[in-house]
Design a protein around this ligand. Sequence first.
Ligand code: GZL
Length: 321
Amino acid sequence: MKLTRRTLTLAMAAASLGALLPATALAQKKIVLGFSQVGAESEWRTANTESIKSAAKEAGIELKFSDAQQKQENQIKAIRSFIAQKVDVIAFSPVVESGWETVLREAKAAKIPVVLTDRSVNTKDDSLYVSFMGSDFVEEGRKAGRWLVEKMKDQKGEVNIVELQGTVGSAPAIDRKKGFEEIIKADPKFKIIRSQTGDFTRAKGKEVMEAFLKADGKKINVLYAHNDDMAIGAIQAIEEAGLKPAKDITIISIDAVKGAFEAMIAGKLNVSVECSPLLGPQLMSAVKDIKAGKALPKRIVTEETIFPMEVAAKEFPKRKY
Ligand code: GZL
């Protein structure tokens, strides 16, 4: 490129300006995101955490990450710490729906925008958060119910269902129950004879299923588990009771994590409704939009499907979580 006198002058001016400004001012200041995660209770959660951490790295966003070990008080503490550190944006997956308004008002007073991911909160004041991105848990419950109604359409007698609920008070537990019951109530042959929380974990899912089997063993036709981890724990209990999972007891679950595909391929789980944990890239894009002053939709719904055991082997190699 031929250097004209003008180009040379401009280049020298830029160089001298650069020498005047501290290097940091020249480098784009990194966006700082404070993220409070529910915990590490399930395969789904582990995949969700991985998605958030890798997407932050990819996006060049500084991530301050906190694991609340499924305790709301730890999430509130983490959010207050992010406020004190004056992060640019706060995001979190609320372990339960209620009890957030005070701390969200503190974030609002500090002028720090908040994004809800995965789960939502109960609040009348939706100015307390910019956007909620995640699955439609009611629809996930409906998908589970519709699959069961279709599977049992020729069944004449009663269909006795036991239900392993997710964490008490959490949006997925409340809404997955609601959606499932909305569908099965159309036919009185479907009866939920027992329903108890397994807190989304394998260990608790196994423990509660052992109690269900002890109380109602032979009467149980169907298990509806709000996530795969509890279903996998329950499968162990069913086998230890001398019964065949997915044959003696039809098993319906939600998440579609790797463990669910392995169980379906082994013929031990009938179906898993997809609930994608891969929210990281969408969250980082939202964070950048917020910093750029762009408006965000209040609700961003994750697109999902359902995987019956018949397609598991074909679909498994394509799965990303
Ligand atoms: C759903 C998520 C739930 C998963 C569980 O989006 O909040 O929490 O279904 C996880 O596996 O523990």
